[in-house]
Design a protein around this ligand. Sequence first.
Ligand SMILES: Cc1ncc(C[n+]2csc(CCOP(=O)(O)OP(=O)(O)O)c2C)c(N)n1
Ligand code: SF4
Length: 251
Amino acid sequence: MAEKIYTKPPCLLPLSSGFCPGCLHSLATKLIAESIDELGVAEKVINVLPVGCSTMNSLYWKLDMVTSAHGRAPAVATGVKRCRPDALVFAYQGDGDLASIGLSEVLMAANRGEHITIFFANNSTYGMTGGQMAPTTLIGQKSTTCVFGRDPDTTGFPIRMCELVKELEAPVYVARFALNSPANIRKAKKGIKKAMQNQIDGLGFSFVELLINCPTNWGMSPVQSIAYMEENTMKYFPCKVFVDKTEEEEK
Ligand SMILES: Cc1ncc(C[n+]2csc(CCOP(=O)(O)OP(=O)(O)O)c2C)c(N)n1
Ligand code: SF4
């Protein structure tokens, strides 16, 4: 009899995904669910929902949740965690949500060293509303609001969020991973788990950026979108651990 090598994490509901085919939000949804179940903390989790395609993972997670206004998840998560210090409070935000309308909220929460975990899904576009330019849209990348490609002379440069957050004193863990290949997915899973473990250990603010795709709004097949990530996105947004204060303490 064949050996069973994979079991669906219990906190992932048995539903088919509503994300577009090949969208890596879907994979991130699974990795977060697996991490929660492996850490055995599903009963303690409170997920704060942002606005965007990123928020659709709420349909598939069997977890407690609260909603927030666009970009305000880190502020709501602050309130939830301060009222319920025993809970594991996290948000999974897109780049329009986190790096544009919610830029102030995430930087202030990071700067205060709130004991929360933020996952940042960077697909370099506003996915849900039809592919407008985001703060992370690459130079030359086309979107519905920069049809000839992003021009830094008029719209500035793509914002590297990890590099901003790492400059603050308080964050204990800041890292960027890409979900483009099995090896990188394994690294991302470790980072996701670590960012949650830090909160379980009573440490402060953890920030994990995940480079993903948006095949629909990039106008590409899933395979083409992964190639685009590897040739463009991952070159501008280097994948590494920027801050790990837990390692400093271990040394
Ligand atoms: C205050 C407010 N402004 C604008 C919107 C419209 N809106 C809904 S989703 C979205 C884009 C979200 O994009 P992103 O955060 O990049 O997430 P993705 O959809 O790519 O996962 C916008 C602008 C809104 N719901 N509320
Ligand atoms: S629009 Fe883009 S981000 Fe949204 S589900 Fe589809 S591929 Fe994913």
